[in-house]
Design a protein around this ligand. Structure first.
Ligand code: MN
Length: 434
């Protein structure tokens, strides 16, 4: 995995647009791509780039004919929704990033580019990709230990955990972009003291704080991806909330794993933060604790171990109906780093394709719930409330074990490092409706 820093990472660079220089998420050093529908043309979603409080409309930009010739092909793909074809070749993202960076920082381009800007808050964000397949991993080792401990106090991790990146195939059809309400699922549950299950509304609805790894270039069936190449198959990242019905999960998950407790809805933040934008935030994969096995050779690459993790901070915020009515700000439930992953992104890609399974552009790989291991770093209510046994108290006195109707969960994430511009991911937002 190579680290390519260039002029687009210059922390001193400033856009002529008002706002981005101090924007918490979208300075000119970020330039994430997404798909949006403008209110005046709602049936024609198209590609856009977030810059400060604006979206750069790539359809308008293409029609304005002002990008450099070498970026015309990339722009022609990026303007079209969904973004699968654009991200299928990683070169497109880099070419477009450089061209847009020049347009947005060169004062002389202002008159031509400004008509392509739209006020971001007015745009309806869609999913960035047509998601063919969704795989959810389980790389958050502290989460795996916390959940395992609820069932097996003495032996929380199963023997395969440190050898196999554990995952399951989720469902792509029920993935939605941030902002779509989440309907409380109905399902079978069985109370611990009951002889028979019942069918009814989920009573233990939870969130899971994850990152979405978007596959860019795919691989042909029967042709695995080598670990040293795997990083190049990642297009970028969004935030993922893998909503979970814990009571349904407990009853249904054996012997084949998660099913209806997971596939009723998954929310992703709409902006794809590219691997180029994240280049300054690459860090070594944290060393495994003494005594842990080394990854098998097909998952081990020196370059990946040296640069394959990301210094990204993630946060979960909750606001209740009562809090919003009183004008109170959302309450932060937890925060933690993405380095809680026991496996790197490249290891997930390499493992997924190691049997010959073909990955395709726009496939979504969830990291699994990322819990930091420190107090305040719990990535789910299941952990925060010790399986629902210890209610948490919000600042206004309300208590929660699991989510109630009207609760709004907002996940955010950002990368920050001395010597570079801070960049963020925007929001992954969803409100529970009954
Ligand atoms: Mn999950």
């Amino acid at each position: 995995m190579t680290i390519d820093l260039d002029f687009t990472h210059d922390p001193q660079a400033r856009s002529w647009i008002e706002g981005p220089a101090s924007h918490a998420d979208f300075p000119v050093q970020n330039l994430p791509l997404g798909v949006f529908a403008p209110p005046d043309d709602p049936d024609r979603p198209r590609g856009g780039v977030a810059i400060g409080d604006y979206v750069l409309d790539l359809e308008r930009l293409d029609e304005a004919g002002i990008v450099s010739p070498e970026a015309r092909l990339a722009l022609g793909l990026a303007r079209r929704a969904p973004l699968n074809a654009f991200f299928a070749d990683r070169a497109h993202a880099r070419v477009l990033r450089r061209a847009l960076f020049v347009l947005l920082t060169d004062e002389r381009q202002q008159a031509k580019v400004r008509p392509c800007l739209r006020w971001r808050a007015d745009m309806h964000m869609r999913l960035p990709f047509a998601v063919g397949d969704y795989t959810d991993f389980y790389t958050g080792i502290h989460h795996a230990e916390n959940i395992g401990r609820l069932f097996r106090p003495d032996n929380p991790l199963l023997p395969n955990y440190k050898y196999v990146p554990i995952g399951y195939h989720g469902r792509a059809s029920s993935i939605r972009a941030s902002g779509v309400p989440v309907r409380r699922p109905m399902g079978q549950t069985r109370a611990p003291d009951a002889a028979e299950p019942v069918f009814g509304p989920c009573k233990r609805l939870d969130y899971e704080l994850e990152m979405a790894i978007w596959v860019g270039e795919g691989n042909a069936l029967g042709h695995p991806i080598a670990i040293g190449e795997a990083g190049r198959h990642v297009a970028g990242l969004s935030i993922l909330n893998d909503w979970s019905a814990r009571d349904m999960q407990a009853w249904e998950y054996q012997p084949l794993g998660p099913f209806l407790a997971k596939n009723f809805h998954s929310t992703v933040s709409p902006w794809v933060v590219t691997m180029d934008a994240l280049a300054p935030f690459r860090v070594p994969q944290p060393a495994r604790p003494a005594g842990d096995p080394a990854p098998l050779p097909y998952l081990l690459d020196a370059e990946d171990q040296a640069h394959g993790a990301l210094d990204v901070q993630m946060e979960v915020w909750l606001s209740t109906v009562k809090m919003r009515a009183a004008g109170e700000a959302p309450h932060r439930l937890s925060s933690g780093p993405m380095t809680a992953m026991y496996w790197t992104m490249a290891q997930l890609v390499a493992h997924h394709a190691s049997n010959g399974c073909d990955l395709q552009p726009g496939d979504l790989l969830g990291t699994g719930t990322l819990t930091s291991g420190a107090p305040g770093g719990e990535g789910s209510l299941m952990e925060l409330t010790l399986g629902g046994k210890a209610a948490i108290t919000l600042p206004n006195g309300e208590k929660r074990t699991f989510l109630e109707d009207g609760d709004e969960v907002v996940m955010t994430a950002f990368a920050q490092r001395h010597g570079y511009a801070r960049i963020g991911f925007g929001e992954c937002r969803g409100t529970v409706v009954g």
